[in-house]
Ligand binder design. Sequence first.
Ligand SMILES: NC(=O)c1ccc[n+]([C@@H]2O[C@H](COP(=O)([O-])OP(=O)(O)OC[C@H]3O[C@@H](n4cnc5c(N)ncnc54)[C@H](O)[C@@H]3O)[C@@H](O)[C@H]2O)c1
Ligand SMILES: [Zn+2]
Length: 365
Amino acid sequence: MVALGSFIDRVVLIRGGVHRYSALVGTNLLDQFGKYARKYLAREGSAIISDSNVAPLFAERVTKSLRSAGFRSTLITIPAGEKSKTLEQAGAICDQMIAAGLDRQSFVIGLGGGVIGDISGFVAAIYHRGIPHVQIPTTLLAMVDSSIGGKTGVDTRDGKNLIGVFHHPSLVIDDLDVLKTLPRREFNQGFAEIIKHAIIADTRMFRILQSWKAGAAPALQRLIKRNIKIKSKIVAKDERDQTGERAVLNFGHTVGHAIERAGNYRKFLHGEAVSLGIVAACAISMKKAGLPADQRNAIVSLLQRYELPTRLPPTFPREKIFDALKFDKKFEDGKIRFVVTPRIGLARVTSAVTLDDIREAVSQL
Ligand SMILES: NC(=O)c1ccc[n+]([C@@H]2O[C@H](COP(=O)([O-])OP(=O)(O)OC[C@H]3O[C@@H](n4cnc5c(N)ncnc54)[C@H](O)[C@@H]3O)[C@@H](O)[C@H]2O)c1
Ligand SMILES: [Zn+2]
């Protein structure tokens, strides 16, 4: 397949604090990966960290490409799924890297979805006190969201992402071809984060999404680039999530995370839970931020267009969602930092939302 567009068309330059890195978005990038790694990384050895679904599909091409560019690489495969995102697994990966003789001059490549991106980034951040990390996201969600912004980490018994480090990647490679093997449900869940980006920051993208059709690579390339720009621009304003500016990215996530947890991380994919969380956040935004009803309806229709859930199954235990809310990191000193949208294209954090408001919105889902 012919590479999509010129090199310039494929590059998004990202600023994260003092860090600058590039995301390459296009087709046929895996086979050229070694060449790009040479351009951006003056290193020798590398660890490719991947999962049991993704490694059989793409690891060989990445390995071959690295070898032809003169890099050594060791493939480390972990079981697919969120249950692998643990401190124990990160430790086991480090042990394998040590056994493979990888030193401070090496780098880590995360080849997979958000789980692999998060754990491989975490390993890169702690291995020899920090070595470069390259993200090769293989899910839509990871391309538009988790591979950008430098948040890495693992889960603990008590909750998701409770242990982690900020560690920006040195390079992000988004090869659109890899999405062809992604199950439809996994592809669709990426749209929850894309729609979230539109609601909080991009009215025009919201309108485009209302008639957007999947299929054509150039359209997908433009969409992914646009989402990388939205996320990285917000992150650049508040790299360490301290001023509240980055927090707008959590739109739909307070309730979304609680739903994910209430479903034992099995019932709903992250993006599906976020879709439901967005619907709840819209109800709260109507009440507390003056979101017009027709805009709320347009948001719900857009989520449905991408086959995302907008109602909870009638039998789903709502009480479990309320119980799960208290694990949210956004509850600081008992106060809720809740993200509302006064109108599509805009979002802000408020402390005017009460637990009762959230309960009401969840009971209407
Ligand atoms: N760091 C951040 O800023 C950030 C942001 C959002 C989400 N996350 C994290 O991302 C994770 C969710 O990411 P995800 O949805 O990508 O999950 P995932 O990594 O578990 O991938 C989903 C599934 O798809 C499979 N898969 C991946 N790519 C494939 C491909 N090309 N073809 C076929 N199968 C493929 C995986 O093996 C897995 O079974 C969560 O752990 C979440 O906490 C992090
Ligand atoms: Zn999310």
